[in-house]
Design a protein around this ligand. Structure first.
Ligand code: ADP
Ligand code: ZN
Length: 788
């Protein structure tokens, strides 16, 4: 019987389109096909097939099958989930999972080579002779390679194949990645605590439901970091109109916190089995979490399944790959934005065929077509780099939990400083929790001391307080390494003219231009706009009056160079000349001890292992605390814990000095006392009282346009039809925190709901009755925004 195929197209479209399947072609869901769309041909994925009564169809036919790995059922459900959760068009969600090979890569994927058949061509020409000469040496990988090597056009090669002078042969390609050996290094070297943690972790492979694919609608009770798309079983849709629930009684909350794994009164049905499948691996910096989750990777490979390890991109250092190799005998296959087309395709094909058993990758690796995924690890799960802030606004940690559920495999969330969401999910028993409270090898966590900047003032025009200078001096004199941390790129965050007061501002954004002295330029950190630093003020013409205000890392480097002229100093930030590759090399050099003082932004704060580093100096601990963003405390705490945790990971003990104007601020106090529990307790209580995530749901709508009035008017028109029922609050439109970016004015509407409410379905309704954006107006939806 002929078929009709519903094909989802990787464009910003929400529905699949129907096509007739021509006779002779049999399609299955997940197949990648070529289809006509308007005047052009495009690739799409079969989302559904129906048998159709024989006879004519007025549908346009599918053009043909494309040689690309089909999208598995769990991956298709992930796309559905992603679209439903983020409100992105389903086609845009599909685009994340469907990356089609370019021409040259495709020949490689098809594994077809060409060789001479020995038969002379019917019509010998000079071009044909050249192509045959190249093919005479043996099998050439692909037609286009042969054409290129012979310097002839592809049609010459095709002609020779038609003639029978050349023949196509199947190639056995070199493996794209060597198989890791789960038993290369025995587990005997783990510490007792690590071994116990690994054992608990590996219990997850046998826990929980065998496979959700047999469980029908189970995807609706998936609980991710902040929320689930449909309540989570806490309330039926009839509860939608209930007012926001009052905050829990404090004593109840404390009892819950003490209990650790106790279920909260509000924990939903069907949550409990998540605990055994999604596990928070929480261990202080240097506790050896990596070695622990390597054991889970090993177990996964032993079971013949594939493992995915997600990392914030820059953490993919040679150091990490070497550690993997030490454990598994080979380096893992890696996936990140820097991998070239051909390798990307081969890797995708290898992953789809099940030949690649471990992939270590950045967030986009989550959408690879694994054949039999058996484990997902999200390292540094709290990292904001996991949130994609353009296009489809998704959080890779949350989607990892979803994919794990859909694949029926365990998910490990590793962090020294878990996100509040994950902490709460663990406390409420939705996720399991394994704790490594001490550093590996008896090493101590660094002592952390505050330098009160109100009392210990730096010299005029300087930024290092006297006790900081003394500590650095001592460390480097002892042959140790010091890290000075300031989360500000460039030389100075603001430049003004001391004659007329003019401040240098970006012409496209509502931001100050940042001086980059090395490049002799003023740069916008949001849009990249760059201008030469002028000799005279552009406003009043005064010479020598441009004044840098405040420090960036370059300015600290200048100060350090004056203080320690004979020491090797390096500045590491994302501005490092030469790109990511050079930066990685530089990080290796630091790890090898080839420098005395590192001055860096958050880029050096996280995940790295610098064995010679004993002193960490935080130059402005207060920087992130004043932003007014409710997540500021959490983020600052995580960052400061991470950066101070770089100290003392090698033989010698470490210490950290923290310059602050607010030593009594709860975040700083928790950091100094080493009492992370207290921080989490207070922060969680505050979120709960304010009904903020994960205790309430939040979405941001950013309305932007080239003219301020147009953006604002559209935001207001949307607000007029917001019509929120009880339990939902709509705030705004108000100017977004960055009111102008890249020449677009931005207004923000915030939606805040009780946790029991299905925020997605409210948003869908609201958007449905809102005026359609016209002209250059855009409305971006960010469910669970990271900053709010
Ligand atoms: P974390 O990720 O928890 O901060 P790491 O996994 O990076 O910690 O481990 C910290 C350091 O301890 C690393 O240098 C690592 O090589 C070392 N280490 C951890 N576990 C072991 C082990 N079992 N044997 C030898 N070295 C270990
Ligand atoms: Zn700008």
């Amino acid at each position: 019987m002929p078929q009709t195929a519903d094909v989802l197209i990787p464009l910003a479209l929400d529905t699949a389109y129907s096509y007739a399947v021509p006779a002779g072609l049999v399609l299955a869901e997940g197949d990648v096909v070529q289809i006509p769309l308007g005047p052009r041909e495009i690739a799409g994925v079969v989302w559904g097939v129906e048998e159709r009564a024989s006879g004519g169809s007025n549908l346009r036919p599918v053009t043909g099958l494309i040689e690309a790995p089909p999208l598995s059922e769990p991956l298709r459900r992930l796309v559905d989930w992603l679209a439903r959760y983020t409100l992105a068009p389903k086609g845009s969600a599909l685009a994340m999972a469907l990356r089609l090979p370019d021409e040259s890569a495709r020949t490689e994927t098809m594994r077809v080579g060409v060789r001479s058949s020995g038969k002379p061509p019917a019509r010998p020409t000079a071009a044909r002779a050249k192509a045959l000469a190249v093919a005479a040496d043996g099998v050439v990988r692909g037609k286009s390679t042969l054409a290129k090597e012979a310097g002839v056009s592809l049609s010459v090669v095709d002609g020779l194949i038609d003639d029978g002078a050349l023949e196509a042969v199947a190639l056995v390609p070199e493996p794209v990645a060597l198989p890791p050996d789960p038993d290369f290094l025995s587990t005997a070297h783990l510490s007792e605590a690590q071994a116990e943690a690994a054992k608990q972790l590996n219990a997850a492979f046998d826990a929980g439901p065998p496979s959700p694919r047999t469980q029908g609608e189970s995807r609706d009770d998936i609980v991710v970091g902040a929320l689930s798309p449909k309540g989570e079983g806490e309330g039926s849709s009839s509860e939608k109109t209930l007012p926001v629930a009052p905050p829990h009684h404090r004593s109840a909350r404390l009892a819950l916190d003490k209990e650790g794994s106790a279920l909260s009164p509000r924990a939903g049905r069907g949550d409990a089995h998540d605990a055994s499948r999604t596990i928070l691996l929480e261990g202080v910096t240097g506790s050896g979490k990596t070695e622990v989750y390597f054991e889970a990777v090993a177990e996964c490979v032993r079971r013949g399944r594939q493992a995915l390890v997600l990392m914030p991109e820059i953490a993919l250092t040679a150091q990490f790959l070497d550690r993997f190799a030490a454990r598994f005998g080979v380096r893992p296959a890696t996936w990140h934005s820097g991998i070239g087309g051909r390798r990307r395709e081969r890797l995708r094909a290898g992953v789809a065929a099940g030949d690649v058993s471990v992939v270590v990758g950045a967030r986009s690796a989550l959408f690879l077509p694994f054949r039999q995924l058996g484990l997902i690890v999200v390292d540094e799960e709290h990292e904001s780099a996991y949130k994609q802030e353009d296009g489809v606004h998704y959080h890779a940690r949350d989607m990892a939990v979803v994919r794990g559920k859909l694949e029926g495999c365990p998910v490990v969330l590793a962090s020294a400083t878990p996100s509040i969401e994950t902490r709460v999910n663990a406390q409420r028993g939705r996720y399991g929790r394994i704790v490594l409270p001490e550093r590996f090898g008896g090493r101590r966590l660094p002592d952390i001391t505050a330098i009160d900047m109100r009392l210990d003032k730096p010299e005029r025009g300087r930024f290092l307080a006297p006790p900081m200078v003394a500590a650095v001096k001592k460390a480097v004199a002892d042959g140790e390494q010091a890290l000075l941390f300031l989360n500000r790129r460039g030389y100075a965050p603001l430049t003004l003219c001391s004659a007329c007061g003019h401040r240098y501002q970006c012409r496209n954004c509502s931001t100050w231009l940042v001086e980059h002295r090395f490049r002799k330029a003023l740069v916008c950190h949001h849009c990249g706009y760059t201008e030469r630093k002028p000799e005279a003020c552009v406003e009043c013409g005064a010479f020598d009056h441009l004044t840098p205000c405040g420090p960036g890392v370059e300015r600290i480097a200048e100060e350090a160079a004056e203080l320690f002229p004979d020491k090797r100093i390096i500045v590491l930030s994302s501005d490092f000349p030469g790109g990511t590759e050079r930066l990685r090399q530089e990080l290796e050099a630091v790890a090898a001890g080839e420098c005395d003082i590192v001055i860096g932004t958050q880029l050096v704060a996280k995940g790295h292992n610098f064995p010679h580093l004993t002193l960490v100096g935080v130059l402005d601990a207060d920087i992130g605390l004043t932003s007014g963003d409710p997540r500021a405390a959490e983020r600052t705490f995580q960052l400061l814990q991470q950066v101070t945790g770089r100290a003392g990971r090698g033989e010698r003990p470490g210490r950290a000095l923290v310059q602050t104007f607010q030593p009594d601020h709860p975040v700083i106090a928790a950091l100094l006392s080493g009492d992370a529990e207290r921080f989490y307790e207070e922060e969680i209580a505050q979120r709960e009282n304010a009904g903020l995530p994960p205790f309430g749901r939040l979405a941001a709508l950013i309305v932007s346009a080239a003219e301020r009035e147009v953006a604002e008017a559209h935001g207001q028109a949307m607000a007029r039809v917001a019509d929120p029922p009880a339990g939902i609050m709509v705030l705004g439109p108000a100017e977004a925190p960055l009111a102008l970016i890249r020449g677009r004015y931005r207004f923000r509407l915030l939606v805040k709901t009780d946790r029991a409410i299905d925020i997605q379905s409210y948003l869908r309704d609201w958007l449905g009755r809102s005026p359609k954006p016209r002209g250059n107006v855009k409305v971006a939806i960010d469910v669970d925004p990271q900053s709010f």
